[in-house]
Write a protein that binds this ligand. Structure first.
Ligand code: PLP
Ligand code: COI
Length: 340
């Protein structure tokens, strides 16, 4: 089929209906074989636990068109494993890594004409999700489940791509200390809607959450993890039980240490000590690497490298990460699965 009629140069992060999505149902202890469907609506019971009690989780990963026309999936085994951890937290059945990766491969192949061309900066974003469905009314785990993967061609999540953007510290918490912050579940994102809207109304890209226990340490952005470069050249990223274990963040920790020769640290980033850092950024599948120009905390705007120019370490990390994802630089063992 011919390439979709999309202006690849202006792609943002918006829903576009693609051709086919994968859907599988769980009943009586097992998943069915799963199939591709052209219907982008989901037909579920009005009593579904996903609708009332937030029993659902999701993932996000991308397929990349390479220079030679082949297609890369980036670390889908990590998304499969994280979805299994989210399922454990919300009492939902695992989808095996094999079924998860097979569903992603089927969806990419069936929607190949929607993959942005090499060099456009875009990618095909895959959205796997797993929800509790079936007739139910009490607060209990669902009698049935549905697992689906759909895809959308996307460009930059935060406007401007590699142009630095400012973030604001939120007074809200997105997660509780022993809550569901480490799971990729919809409730965390529902909690982030109002803080995000308030940040955007003040012309910030988004907000940054502090740790919910002491409100002294940076946790993450509502849709991405946080990293910074300390004056001594160390790559630092927050360690906390209430943030999402970002696959991009762990990839950057590896790249910083093994490709750029930097010391790396998962630790505390105190909001009152931002002057210890020369650069900062947000990282994630959707966000890729978004340089943070400055962080507004109360009355003060702390600017890192510059409000208009990306710092040199952030650029190196970006080039290496994207080089691996688009197949221009050698990937560490097991990071890339070839779709074709
Ligand atoms: N943190 C949150 C809250 C997210 O929604 C995401 C996006 O998936 C991330 C971090 C980044 O995770 P990853 O790099 O695995 O996409
Ligand atoms: C992702 O980066 O995959 C995310 O889930 C972030 C956001 C779109 C929720």
């Amino acid at each position: 089929m011919s390439s979709a009629t999309i202006d690849w140069t202006t792609l943002g992060f918006s829903y576009i209906k693609t051709d086919l999505r994968y859907i599988s149902h769980w009943k009586d202890g097992a998943w069915d074989a799963g199939e591709l469907t052209g219907d982008n609506r989901v037909h579920i019971s009005e009593g579904s636990t996903a609708l009332h009690y937030g029993q659902q989780c999701f993932e996000g990963l991308k397929a990349y068109r390479c220079r030679d026309g082949s297609i890369n999936l980036f670390r889908p085994d990590q998304n499969a494993a994280r979805m299994q951890r989210s399922c454990d937290r919300l009492l939902m059945p695992h989808v095996s890594s094999e079924q998860f990766i097979d569903a992603c491969l089927q969806v990419v192949r069936a929607n190949e004409r929607f993959i942005p061309p090499y060099g456009s900066g875009g990618a095909l974003y895959l959205r796997p999700y797993l929800i509790g469905v079936g007739d139910n009314i009490g607060v209990r785990t669902a009698p049935e489940f549905l697992f689906s993967v759909f895809c959308v061609p996307v460009g930059a999540y935060f406007k401007g791509g590699l142009t630095p953007t400012n973030f604001v510290v939120s007074g809200y918490d997105r997660a509780a200390p022993n809550g569901t912050g480490a799971a990729k579940v919809g409730g965390n994102y529902a909690a982030s809607l109002l803080p995000g809207q308030e940040a955007k109304a003040q012309h910030f890209a988004d907000c940054i959450y502090l740790d919910p226990e002491t409100h002294t340490k940076i946790e993450e952005v509502g849709s991405a993890n946080f990293f910074a470069v300390r004056k001594d050249g160390t790559f630092v990223t927050p360690k906390s039980p209430s943030i999402l274990a970002s696959i991009t963040k762990y990839s950057l920790l590896h790249i910083a240490q093994h490709r750029l020769g930097m010391p790396v640290e998962e630790g505390e980033v105190y909001i009152e000590r931002l002057d210890e850092y020369t650069e900062a950024g947000a990282c994630g599948t959707a966000a890729v690497i978004t340089p943070i120009g400055g962080i507004q905390h109360g009355e003060q705007l702390h600017v890192f490298y510059s409000e208009s120019e990306v710092g040199p370490v952030t650029r190196q990390l970006y080039d290496e990460l994207c080089g691996i994802q688009y197949g221009d630089r050698e990937a560490p063992e097991g990071w890339i699965i070839k779709v074709k």
